[in-house]
Ligand binder design. Structure first.
Ligand code: HEM
Length: 389
């Protein structure tokens, strides 16, 4: 009824998955990511400038629901970085996907009646219309990019993710194996996947981290001092300096441990396996409770539920008392998150830029209520109080 991620990495398997992953991997190499830092910082500064123009009319301390703001920011960043010159079209598509997410939540809250989804009720017609519009807009975005390449007489369609995918479409045009090429449906699928996988996850994770920094002012001061030392005079993190934000990395890891956006992961047994004395037959859906691993006292000690970023002082692999395999915010194995470095880089740019300008406090209106709507989200947002420095 509402196709959120079909034909994309999150759904594909086998050869199709491997081909998509190989095609998209170059978009996430460290050199590529470095070039995205100024774009990430530019989008963040636009958001902060909007906040400060509002500020002039308000009291010294003002409240912002950072979860709402960061969802807009991370969508903006993905549109600019993954879709480059086509960002305006991508943003339009993302807005429709936001609507699809809303519709999917509505469907999820209703009882399941077999066959109902084929009946053309007003609600279902609306769902179909949104789906069709997304396909049309993606098609137009691809056509325009192909046209641009012809005008500029270049060999490739641009070095962003969209460009990489359109280049992979050419394989089909050249008559190569269908498995080694992408079609329109694949690009629609990946566009949706990157929006779904790469925007709310990061917005959620940055929101939880800001909430923790607001709740632990001594850590906030330490992270701000570090950002002051590392960032350039314009108070924006520079591409080569992010690895020096060590305290911020520790705080981010601790936040991902306490509130992993991907709290549960599923896998399907591809053959009969034995776990201890239990036989798990082929085809069984296995749910991995990442959040339970992250809070287990056997791995993290008696303070497992406390915010203690210092446990990451020697890096993520040495943080647990017993095993590095129990810290899994980005999963593990071949299907681990392709956007891991992108997400961590983005989080550092956004958080450092905010802390260099504002002192943040938890608003009395904040209600701590994490809920797992596919992603572990703050149910009532994250209202924080902002005070200019
Ligand atoms: C803090 C932010 C993020 C977290 C916690 C996160 C977490 C995850 C996890 C746990 C998975 C594995 C899911 C599974 O195996 O079932 C995953 C996969 C994926 N993530 Fe992320 N992610 C984040 C940000 C991003 C970003 C920014 C992007 C893209 C720019 C992205 C794109 C993807 C894609 C495409 C996959 C599927 C990979 C594959 O199957 O090959 N993620 N992510």
């Amino acid at each position: 009824m509402v196709n959120l991620v079909d034909n994309g990495l999150l759904q594909l398997e086998g050869e199709d998955w491997a081909f998509h992953r190989r095609t998209l991997n170059p978009g996430f190499l460290p050199d590529k990511l470095k070039k995205m830092v100024p774009i990430m910082a530019g989008c963040t500064m636009e958001m902060i400038e909007k906040w400060s123009s509002k500020e002039a009319n308000e009291a010294k301390r003002h409240e912002i629901d950072v979860f709402t703001e960061l969802k807009k920011l991370t969508a903006d960043i993905i549109a600019h970085t993954a879709f480059g010159s086509s960002y305006a079209e991508a943003k339009q598509i993302f807005e429709l996907q936001q609507e699809q997410l809303r519709l999917a939540k509505q469907i999820g809250s209703k009882p399941f009646i077999p066959g109902l989804r084929f009946i053309p009720t007003a609600f279902h017609r609306h769902c179909w219309k949104v789906e069709k519009k997304i396909e049309e807009l993606t098609f137009e975005m691809i056509e325009r990019r192909i046209h641009q390449r012809k005008l500029n007489q270049k060999d490739v369609h641009g070095d962003d993710l969209l460009g990489l995918m359109i280049d992979a479409m050419d394989n089909r045009a050249l008559g190569l194996d269908k498995k080694l090429s992408m079609g329109i449906a694949d690009i629609v699928g990946e566009t949706k996947t990157f929006f779904m996988a790469g925007h709310e996850t990061t917005a959620t994770s940055i929101s939880w981290t800001l909430m923790l920094l607001a709740a632990y002012p001594e850590w906030q001061e330490r992270v701000r001092d570090e950002a002051r030392t590392v960032c350039d005079a314009s108070s924006v993190p520079a591409p080569g300096s992010l690895h020096r934000l060590k305290l911020l990395s520790m705080v981010l890891n601790e936040s991902l441990r306490l509130y992993p956006p991907g709290a549960l992961m599923t896998r399907i047994a591809n053959k009969d396996i034995r776990v201890g004395k239990t036989l798990v037959p082929k085809g069984t859906v296995i749910v991995l409770p990442i959040i339970a691993f992250h809070h287990d006292e056997r791995y993290w000690g008696p303070d497992a539920n406390e915010f203690r970023p210092e446990r990451f002082s020697e890096g993520a692999s040495k943080a647990s008392q017993s095993s590095s395999a129990v810290f899994l915010p980005f999963s593990t194995g071949p299907q681990f998150c392709i956007g891991q470095l992108f997400a961590l880089q983005e989080a550092k740019v956004v958080i450092a830029s905010i802390l260099l300008r504002y002192r943040i406090m938890v608003s009395p209106r904040y209600r701590h209520s994490p809920i797992n709507y596919t992603i572990l989200q703050p149910q009532f947002g994250v209202p924080l109080l902002f005070e200019s420095i």
